[in-house]
Design a protein around this ligand. Structure first.
Ligand code: NI
Length: 387
């Protein structure tokens, strides 16, 4: 049986899994029920597995033939969003929804495990099924990438159902695909005074406003204009009353870029700008740069393998170009250690209304994307040219 036929024969089970997980979404590090479901499925298949990092799972399927160790990763967590999707499988949990498609990822990886168990004799090498918690809060992959179980994996693949791509198409492209996602935290300190006598104090709000403006010059004046960078200040809190000069303002923001050298320079550039600008206003600035996830950069040979897998399964015309995104994805922590490729699987179907953006209350996918993604995972595990 070829890969696509094998997956199609399990389509009902695949969709049942997806619907069950969609109905029972769990936030990062709280994926206990999802973990239990994964363990039940894997135990039924007889694939040795273990729980890791609290709610994560790693399972290892050894093939009948010698060959490489391939890692396949699915993220598991949902988002704190109230479900507005009108479907029988809508979320049953108030304020929590799979609005990014990680429910699909778990269902696909479990179904790929089922297909591969059925053709274990033809499997060259070993497959590690990596079920990762807490992607949405950019914490899970960092924890899992440090595990000794990651040693010896030759290649790793991850995929994401993607509503910017039509169902049936795939983006498998070498180089930077998603940006780093780092955080900055600033505390501007001035000196309190009566609001009617600002000259007796140091206004932390005025200093903070100047800092917010100056930070934007990092992007426009300190960085090569050919290098995309985003510096966003997302929160600003300060002051206690309309007639008091504020003595403290707290700011937080996110920093995005693709270039690793530039990423190494940005903490210094941003801190210099913030500290000297605050000083110019007589204030001080505490600055903390918190690296969260590196950029996702697809490795050349793994990308070629994944492109061939798509071509073999669906035809070369199904490989399409998708512009890289400033969004982040913690799969990068695995790519820091293991050569690999991150794949976007088209899930958009405008005619069927499956075109809401990711992280939207109405988010859903064209479920043919699950069959496509599962077949691709199976193919990547089986390796080049083997059915
Ligand atoms: Ni996602």
């Amino acid at each position: 049986m070829d890969t696509l036929t094998a997956v199609l024969s399990l389509e009902e089970h695949l969709l049942e899994l997806r619907h069950h997980i969609h109905q029972n979404p769990e936030l990062g590090w709280q994926e206990q029920e999802t973990q239990a479901l994964i363990l039940r499925e894997l135990e039924e298949l007889g694939i040795p597995c273990e729980t890791v990092c609290g709610t994560g799972v790693i399972a290892t399927l050894e093939g009948g033939q010698p060959g490489p160790v391939v890692g396949l990763r699915a993220d598991m967590d949902a988002l704190p969003i109230q479900e507005k999707l009108d479907a029988p499988y809508r979320s049953r949990k108030d304020g929590v929804k799979h609005a990014c498609g990680h429910d699909c990822h778990v269902a696909m990886l479990l179904t790929a495990a089922r297909v591969l168990t059925g053709c274990r004799d033809q499997l060259h090498g070993t497959v590690k099924f990596i079920f990762q918690p807490a992607e949405e809060i950019i914490e899970g992959a960092h924890a899992m990438a440090q595990l000794p179980q990651m040693e010896g994996i030759d290649r790793i693949f991850g995929l994401h159902v993607w509503n910017d791509l039509d169902v049936g198409t795939f983006s498998v492209e070498v180089g930077p695909r998603l940006a780093c996602a780092d955080n900055i935290y600033l505390t501007i300190r001035g000196k309190s005074a009566h609001g009617a006598q600002p000259h007796n104090g140091v206004d932390a709000i005025v200093a903070a406003c100047a800092v917010v403006e100056q930070l934007q010059t990092a992007v426009s004046r300190k960085v090569d204009p050919l290098e995309p960078v985003v510096v966003t200040i997302g929160t600003i809190h300060g002051g206690t009353a309309s007639n008091i000069i504020a003595d403290e303002v707290q700011l937080s923001g996110t920093v995005r870029c693709f270039n690793k050298d530039l990423r190494a320079d940005l903490p210094r550039i941003l801190e210099d700008l913030a500290v000297t600008t605050a000083q110019a206003h007589g204030a001080t600035c505490g600055f903390k740069y918190a690296p969260c996830a590196p950029p996702v950069i697809n490795e050349t040979s793994s990308t070629a393998i994944a492109q061939k897998a798509v071509t073999d399964l669906f035809g070369a015309d199904k490989l399409v170009h998708l512009e890289k995104t400033m969004g982040g994805e913690d799969f990068s922590w695995f790519l820091e250690k293991i050569p690999g490729c991150y794949i976007f699987v088209g899930a958009r179907n405008e005619a069927a209304g499956k075109c809401w953006p990711h992280h939207h209350a109405c988010f859903d996918v064209d479920e043919r994307s699950l069959v496509n993604g599962t077949a691709l995972l199976v193919k990547l595990a089986l390796g080049d040219g083997k059915e």
